[in-house]
Ligand binder design. Structure first.
Ligand code: C2E
Ligand code: MG
Ligand code: MG
Ligand code: MG
Length: 283
């Protein structure tokens, strides 16, 4: 009996895997056409600079308006796009779209765009960025590229060379999800990032562990000594905000201030009008 059950659950497992693979394949086929069908959209989440008491940037975050699945979050399609190489055209679209949109914002407001390791290692990236800047007429220092620590796991020399090339275009470079990946600080010395984005996991911990505040303090101290700004990701309440401000963090991003917004909402926010008509941002 036990043997039979074992076999049965193995078969069940096998067909579940099959269904999962088929589902993946279906999403992959749909994703292939998503760009051409205009189903991709950028949402924008404000980055609030504490010293200036205002929004100084927005991070562009991709969404997929699937005809039957609804609004698909990046976690459900970016990895697939990376595996299939589709991240190159999709990522190019995101860069161009972000620049085109940001060029219409007040000049003190930047746009941040996430760059996947696959895009980063593509020889086409520099040209794509140059084109996006040229066609949008966005000042290069208003574009901030967000990369992750995983790029330093291997090929450090090549990564550093590419970073210097990107910097040569005049764009800013931020280190995203800091503290979650490769745990060496040597690359902070090797490349002068404009900004370190402290991963949300450290912010969540702030209210639970005393040690978390010390970690934030050490990151902001290190960043300041290296001439880099710090942004805290995933700030959801005022208690976290107060600690972050006390520990010298420059900027916050998170649901406490605002969720990622569709462009229409961004434009309202920039006009100083929230949904309730209240002034929110002194742009
Ligand atoms: P990320 O770059 O670290 O982006 C921050 C993520 O945290 C976003 O998730 C954002 O919605 C979420 N977030 C912001 N504030 C809060 C908060 O207070 N609480 C919580 N729980 N979450 C918060 P999202 O939009 O689902 O994006 C996930 C990831 O997908 C991004 O992580 C980024 O790595 C990737 N991604 C998004 N758009 C693009 C894109 O255009 N290109 C590439 N290559 N990757 C992208
Ligand atoms: Mg990011
Ligand atoms: Mg991040
Ligand atoms: Mg993160």
């Amino acid at each position: 009996r036990a043997k039979n059950e074992g076999k049965g659950s193995y078969r069940f497992f096998e067909s579940a895997m099959d269904a999962e693979a088929q589902e993946r394949r279906r999403i992959e086929i749909d994703l292939h056409d998503a760009l051409a069908k205009g189903e991709l959209e950028l949402y924008f989440q404000p980055l609030f600079t504490l010293s200036q008491n205002r929004v100084t940037a927005f991070e562009a975050l991709m969404r997929w308006n699937h005809p039957t699945r609804g609004l698909v979050p990046p976690v459900n399609f970016i990895p697939l796009a990376e595996d299939t190489g589709l991240i190159i055209p999709i990522g190019e679209w995101a860069i161009r779209e972000a620049c085109r949109i940001a060029a219409q914002w007040p000049e003190h407001i930047r746009v941040a765009v996430n760059i996947s390791p696959i895009q980063f290692r593509s020889p086409a990236l520099n040209g794509i960025i140059l084109n996006a800047l040229a066609e949008s007429q966005l000042a290069p220092n208003r574009l901030e590229l967000e990369i992750t620590e995983s790029l330093f796991i291997e090929n450090v020399e090549a990564t550093l060379a590419s970073l210097h090339n990107l910097r040569g275009l005049g764009v800013r470079v931020a280190l995203d999800d800091f503290g979650t990946g490769y745990s060496s600080l040597s690359y902070l010395r090797a490349f002068p990032f404009d900004k370190i984005k402290i991963d949300r996991s450290f912010i969540v911990d702030l209210l639970a562990h005393d040690g978390a505040t010390a970690i934030i303090k050490s990151i902001t101290t290190l960043a300041e000594a290296l001439g880099m700004e710090t942004t805290a990701e995933g700030v959801e309440n005022i208690d976290q905000l107060d600690i972050l401000r006390d520990q010298g963090c420059n900027q916050i991003q998170g649901y406490y201030f605002s969720k990622p917004l569709p462009l229409g909402e961004v434009n309202k926010l920039l006009l100083g009008l929230g949904e309730d008509g209240q002034a929110r941002v002194a742009a």
